[in-house]
Design a protein around this ligand. Sequence first.
Ligand SMILES: Nc1ncnc2c1ncn2[C@@H]1O[C@H](COP(=O)(O)OP(=O)(O)OP(=O)(O)O)[C@@H](O)[C@H]1O
Length: 259
Amino acid sequence: MLRAVNLHCGYGCVEVLGGVNLEAREGEVLALIGPNGTGKTTLLHTLGRLLPAQRGEVRLGGRALRGMRSREVARMLALAPQRAPHSAWPLAVAEAVALGRAPHRGWLLPLTAADQAAVDAAMARMRVAALAGRTLSTLSGGELRRVILARALAQAPRVLLLDEPATYLDLQHQAELLALVRSLARDDGLAVVLTMHDLSLAALCADRVALLAPGGLRVTGTPAEVLREEILRPVYGERLEVFAHPASGSPVVLPLAER
Ligand SMILES: Nc1ncnc2c1ncn2[C@@H]1O[C@H](COP(=O)(O)OP(=O)(O)OP(=O)(O)O)[C@@H](O)[C@H]1O
């Protein structure tokens, strides 16, 4: 559904990542992991055409992203950024979520009944309906994150790119997010690509993880294949440990801290 082919990305003439080959398949959750500053957001933004590729290409549904019209891209792909681009505007939550319908209806046209239903469903799914009338600037960090996700869901994309979706979320909302992401992939058939710092959470929701190291993509595989001390330590440093969750067997990755 989404494929990076020998992709080089960065800013101006500064390359952050080179030679990335990666694909996100329908019905799959792919987590981009790696230490601070390795380029997770840069790669996600390049996959979503927020940043132009320096070299190589991104293909969406078999077509080169570069040649597609913006509206065509936005009907297929939604990107939920780390920070809300509209959070400083005096927009109400319902209006912000309704922006997700713009690729389907045009900016100045009123919402159709189908648009309104998509907005309501997205707000209900992210549990932000009770906030509908609140201004974005008055929301807590976690509430704002859920509104950003609701706007992306209202867009009804086939590919969903999520930048650090778990940031600011408490444990209950993290659990809901994991269930939502799994369901979007498994039940709705979306290709979901997300960045995540918490490797144990990534293990719980991703089918595959792609480990970034300075300069490029180090390895891609299932959480069990990649989240291993001998693979993570050369990239993150020695002060981490990995063990299997006693009930599920899912990898749990913790920093080594002396108490
Ligand atoms: N707009 C920009 N202009 C120039 N350099 C940038 C810009 N945004 C990010 N960078 C640099 O690109 C590199 C990768 O940044 P990026 O935010 O993609 O990393 P990340 O892996 O998402 O980091 P983190 O885990 O800290 O969120 C960093 O060195 C960063 O300083």
